[in-house]
Design a binder for this molecule. Structure first.
Ligand code: ADP
Length: 477
């Protein structure tokens, strides 16, 4: 059986800050259904969910070199829904609040990447493919190619490197090559890791992995252009033959309006009217006037420029002159957080701004809203719109990355489509399509058929897991 080790910096249900956490939970689970032995390795952060911390079983410990430092490395393990998770323990690196954003993140993940490589020879799991994700695991393919692949446990290992977001590149002073890896400067000088004067983990992953994947076909094309390429477009063009876009799915059990225990009332495509109960209950909970017929706009997102917040900021005052309500759930840049709080204080009957990370509230907003706003500047895949579709909440999106691949704009002549979209990053275009959506909302028949086609869209993991399996097989055969 094919053995895949999925290395990531976060994984649901242990800990998650965004889409990567969802993928690291769902993809291995669906791969296992396809007879792939897929396991996951993440850091053992202090803030892992308590119920899982209790379940961890100690496997073993050893010491590893991080440059000149000799560091403790503990391995714990735990099974969740048939998937084995390994957790890498070191109190100094991971016994801190939160996940990222520390001054020594480079060192923390240099440790993690080496720990993953060392763990492979210590555990009873003969890895065929290491599937790495984003910059935090970018040095794994480098370590494999330059050092480990020569050793007996490693000689057949292949690496896949997935880009979930090219914006975060893990770039550090070139001194880290000696400081954290014990290497000379060759990799800096030959350009394989050098990135505008620094050393980039992301560049390492792209250069040294056997295959590079990203999370939608459109994003795979976009990142080869200067606008989306984050200064790595040339590099990505040079690896074009090994670059593949595979769309993320969502876990249909975690996000299922029929079974979801977090929402107020369950519904499915045959009982769409019950969706409205979710709206009125949420209105009550959020202290908004309870009005079943008022369209509710929902946002569940990091509040950052990537998510199109600037466009929203420029149109919402005008949109809020109409009979609409807006529920925003998110955290992020201070300026956007303040903007939404300010909107709530100016439109207390129309806006509720919930500035936190709250999974239950996220489910409730997906279930209660009529329209989901996601006008991203760029969007590698995007899960928000997929969850919204599943809950019959009509996405209004910009045609970029995975949004373009999953939201089919409504066609008034054929009746086809599951959402609304616009092309240019321009507030006027967003406002125009949002107004169009609000107009169609008034027509019960049209809206109901849109909700049905949204709920019938297939964004489950099955298809994509098959494609990953093929990719691993190609590499290992
Ligand atoms: P990204 O990974 O770029 O943040 P995605 O759309 O791929 O964006 O995934 C975001 C995930 O995080 C979705 O599952 C979304 O519902 C969830 N999410 C985002 N913000 C919050 C929040 N404030 N509270 C709860 N869940 C959130």
């Amino acid at each position: 059986m094919l053995k895949v080790l999925f290395a990531a910096s976060e994984a649901d249900p242990f800990i998650k800050t965004g889409g990567l956490g969802d993928v690291a939970y769902a993809l291995p689970k669906y791969l296992n259904k396809l007879e792939v032995d897929a396991r996951v390795v993440i850091p053992k952060y202090k803030n892992l969910k308590e119920e899982y911390l209790q379940k961890l079983e100690f496997v073993k410990s050893f010491n590893i070199w991080v440059g000149w430092r000799n560091q403790y490395c503990g391995i714990f393990k735990c099974k969740v829904e048939e998937v084995t998770y390994y957790l890498i323990d070191n109190e100094y690196y991971f016994g801190r609040d939160g996940l990222y954003g520390y001054y020594d993140d480079g060192e923390r993940f240099a440790f993690f990447d080496r720990a993953v490589m060392e763990m492979i020879k210590e555990i009873d799991f003969k890895v065929d493919v290491i599937h790495c994700n984003d910059w935090q695991t970018g040095m794994i393919p480098v370590l494999n190619a330059l050092q480990y692949n020569k050793g007996p446990c490693y000689s057949n290992i292949k690496t896949v490197y997935s880009i979930h977001n090219l914006l975060f590149q893990g770039t550090y002073d070139p001194k880290i090559l000696g400081e954290l890896f014990g290497w000379d400067e060759e990799q800096f000088r030959n350009g394989m890791l050098e990135f505008y004067g620094g050393v980039s983990f992301m560049k390492g992953g792209i250069n040294y992995a056997h295959k590079v994947a990203t999370v939608s076909s459109t994003y795979a094309e976009e990142i080869k252009t200067p606008f989306y390429g984050e200064r790595m477009d040339g590099l990505l063009r040079s690896r074009e033959q090994d670059l593949i876009g595979i769309l993320n799915g969502i876990d249909y059990n975690s996000y299922d309006p029929k079974e979801d225990t977090l929402i107020y009332k369950n519904y499915d495509v045959n009982t769409i009217k019950d969706k409205n109960v979710n709206k009125t209950k949420l209105q009550k909970d959020l202290n908004l006037p309870v009005r079943a017929k008022t369209p509710m706009l929902g946002i569940v997102s990091r509040l950052t420029p990537q998510k199109g917040m600037d466009l929203l900021v420029s149109i919402l005052d005008r949109v809020l002159q109409e009979d609409v309500q807006l529920a925003v759930l998110g955290t992020g840049d201070y300026g956007y957080e303040e903007h939404f709080k300010n909107l709530q204080s100016r439109y207390p009957d129309k806006v509720s701004a919930i500035i936190k990370f709250d999974n239950t509230m996220a489910h409730r907003i997906y279930a209660a809203s009529d329209i989901f706003l996601m006008p991203s500047l760029f969007e590698p895949c995007g899960l928000g719109q997929l969850i919204a579709l599943r809950y019959g909440t009509i996405p209004v999106v910009r045609e970029t990355g995975g949004l373009k691949d999953t939201v089919v704009p409504y066609n008034q002549y054929t009746g086809e489509g599951n959402g609304f979209s616009f092309d240019n990053y321009n507030a006027y275009e967003l406002e125009t399509v949002l107004n169009m959506a609000l107009n169609y909302y008034k027509d019960k028949n049209i809206w109901e058929s849109l909700v049905k086609s949204a709920m019938n869209s297939d964004n489950s993991w099955e298809k994509s897991a098959e494609i990953y399996k093929k990719l691993y097989e190609e590499l290992t055969n």
